[in-house]
Design a protein around this ligand. Sequence first.
Ligand SMILES: [Zn+2]
Length: 308
Amino acid sequence: MRPVPSDPLSDLPLALGGLSRATEERARATLLPDLLADPGTVVLDLAGDAMPVQATAGGDLSVARRPPGPEDAERLALFLGRDDAGTAYVAVVHPTRPEAQAPWQTLRVVGERLDRVDAGLFATASALANWHAAHVRCPRCGAPTESAHGGWVRRCTADGTEHYPRSDPAVIMSVLDRHDRLLLSRGATWPERRFSVQAGFVEPGESLEAAVAREVREEVGLDVGEITYLGNQPWPFPASLMVGFTCRTDRPDLRLDPGEIAEARWVSRPEYLGALASGEIITPTGISIAKRIIERWLGHPVPTSPLP
Ligand SMILES: [Zn+2]
């Protein structure tokens, strides 16, 4: 049996950031008007889950940057931070995709080909914009809220209460048996052939490890132990933080919840590579922690399958 490396996952694609968030600047009331009046500010456009993305000279991709325009003052703007040179980055959120010089792309599709700064900017802007879109009313009194603090707060227009962006913690875990086989499953709503590891949201009052054990029991009917942390990254679809684990089971007999899991199977490493090569299964999305968890078990990276 090949030993599985014990070091936590590092350099997850959406976890690297690279920009200072400059949180001390957010409270200044004129921050966004000042930045949007400064031609040195870098503006990124966001509409839904997409940004304009262009090719770089080196053959990779980068998020399109532009200077501020007069119409930006009318839009939701989000202060993302400053780079090492002190340049400020602001995302401007559009209700629909305007004409752009580069094609609109989603983070899911292009994230693997962005550098860490751009992947971090895209992930942060998406998660924050998703939160704004879902919190237009005050949870205390129902009055409209408005953006404040550079886009990092929504303030109630009636009672003045301040509401902060949230991340929803979710656990994602490889389940191994005593022969080092990996459990792969396909979610009930997923396309054919897309198999991944188990995952689920953490409930209130629950630890991360307890969520791992509960989700595995609910979805595939297994009791697991040796729950070991691997790494985490933001997952802005719409606003999760994915926390990765691996765990083991002594008794690999599956009992699937058909509402959640369409099919599940145990695979050895040669079986996984064979199924990938034959096209019988496809990998999780390239930027996902799921793919990295599988590769850690496998012992080496595998090419990302095209999106179906
Ligand atoms: Zn209120």
